[in-house]
Structures are given as C-alpha cells and as structure tokens.
Design a binder for this molecule. Structure first.
Ligand code: AP5
Length: 200
C-alpha cells in the first residue's frame, strides 16, 4: 500500500497537488480540512464544534480530528493507498497516526513537504478567498493559521526527517511543474522499493 502525506503551510498547494496525485496513483484522498468542512455543512455536532476553531484560524482538537480521520480510513481499507492532506498537524497527531497505521501494517511511506514563500501563500489564499466561501480565507485569519503552522506543525519536519521519510519540493513553480517534481519523488520511492505504480 502506498501511503503518502502531503505536508506544507496553508495555501502551499496541498489540496491542488493531492487531486493530481490521486488521479495518477489511484490513492484515496484523506483531507481533514475537507472532512471537517463537510461536517460543518451538514451541521453535525462535530461540525458545530469544529467551526468554533476553524473560524478563528485555530486547530481543531486532536481527539476530534483523529476520531473522524480513523473512521474514514477504516471505511476505506480496500484502498490501494492513502494520501493524507492536512494531517498530521501536531506531534500528538503524528504519533497517533503512526501507531494507527503501523498496527494495521500500512505505514507512511513518504512525506512530501511543499515549500512556498510566505507572501506567495497569502497571495494564493486571498485569491482563493474571492470565491471559495471559506470562512478562514480572510487576511487576519490566514495570518493566524500561518502562525499556528509555524508553532505546532513545522516541528513535524524534524519528526519525519528522523524517520528518513521526508522529501522537500519547491512549491513556488506553476502547478504542473510542482506536480512533475512530486511524481519524481514518488517514483524514486516506488523504484527503491521495487513496487510498480498503478498509473494510467
Ligand atoms: P485545511 O483545509 O487543511 O487548510 P490548510 O492546511 O490551511 O490548507 P489550504 O486548504 O488553505 O491550502 P492548500 O495547501 O491545500 O492549498 P490549495 O491547493 O488549496 O484546514 C482548514 C482548517 O481546518 C485548519 O485551519 C484547522 O482549523 C482545521 N483542520 C484541518 N485539519 C486539521 C487537523 N489535522 N488538526 C486540527 N485542525 C485541522 O491552494 C491554495 C490556492 O493556491 C488555490 O487557489 C490554488 O489554486 C492555488 N495554487 C495551488 N498551487 C499553486 C501554484 N503552484 N501556483 C499558483 N497557485 C497555486
């Protein structure tokens, strides 16, 4: 099973690149942001609770996010692999996800870290905010999301470096060029493991 994490700050292109990766490598997309927004849309108890944090640019508590994620992963155990997008975001989440996947014999293979300069991130988030309808795409909230990323999520780079699983990708280039670099990293991993990718 090919299990990937796409990692990076808000606006770095995780969602955009996940869509491309899913199509090429036939993976199941696990985006915690999308799952939470779906719950908000449906006005479920989880959605109502999550909204309180998302609207302020804060992280939703670990236990709520992890429970929701594991529920969805368990529902898709027939998948040929997962791409985790927007999770993990804290050391607690990373440790928990590792335990959950390792116990099932389907560990994380590769962490793709997409790097984009700060001003470009804001430009992209503000651009998307014009028609996304996302409550957290305003200037002030986006700045708080980035602060939280630096404080709570960036330390995961060292966590995955120590596991030898992280590759850095320059995310400043156009979408298709970034995607080519990501494919190169994934294919290098697959060849090193002599696993044949399922591609169209
Ligand atoms: P989430 O939905 O995960 O948002 P995020 O991580 O802040 O990321 P974004 O969706 O803003 O950006 P992205 O990196 O996916 O970029 P995109 O492809 O959209 O989380 C939202 C909130 O939910 C969190 O703040 C938190 O409150 C909560 N949450 C979620 N997961 C959680 C967790 N695990 N724990 C706790 N709380 C959690 O691209 C952005 C824009 O740029 C688009 O318009 C796109 O078209 C454009 N673009 C993309 N690539 C390029 C490129 N190469 N060149 C030019 N433009 C580009």
């Amino acid at each position: 099973m090919l299990n990937l994490i796409i990692f990076g700050p808000p606006g770095s292109g995780k969602g955009t690149q996940s869509a491309n990766i899913v199509e090429k490598y036939r993976l199941t997309h696990m985006s915690t942001g999308a799952l939470l927004r779906e719950e908000i849309e449906k006005e479920t108890p989880l959605g109502k609770e999550a909204k309180k944090f998302i609207d302020k640019g804060l992280l939703v508590p670990d236990d709520l996010v992890l429970r929701e994620l594991y529920h969805h992963v368990s529902d898709h155990m027939d998948a040929s692999g997962f791409i985790f997008d927007g999770i993990p975001r804290t050391i607690v989440q990373a440790g928990s996800l590792d335990r959950f996947l390792n116990e099932r014999g389907i560990p994380i293979c590769l962490v793709i870290s997409v790097e984009v300069e700060e001003e470009e991130l804001f430009k992209r988030i503000m651009g998307r905010g014009e028609d996304s309808g996302r409550s957290d795409d305003s200037d002030q909230i986006a700045r708080r999301r980035l602060e939280i990323y630096k404080e709570l999520t960036m330390p995961l780079i060292s966590y995955y470096k120590s596991q030898g699983k992280i590759v850095s990708i320059n995310g400043m280039a156009p979408v298709n060029e970034v995607f080519k670099k990501i494919c190169c990293a994934i294919d290098t991993y697959l060849h090193s493991k002599e696993v044949l990718p399922v591609v169209e």
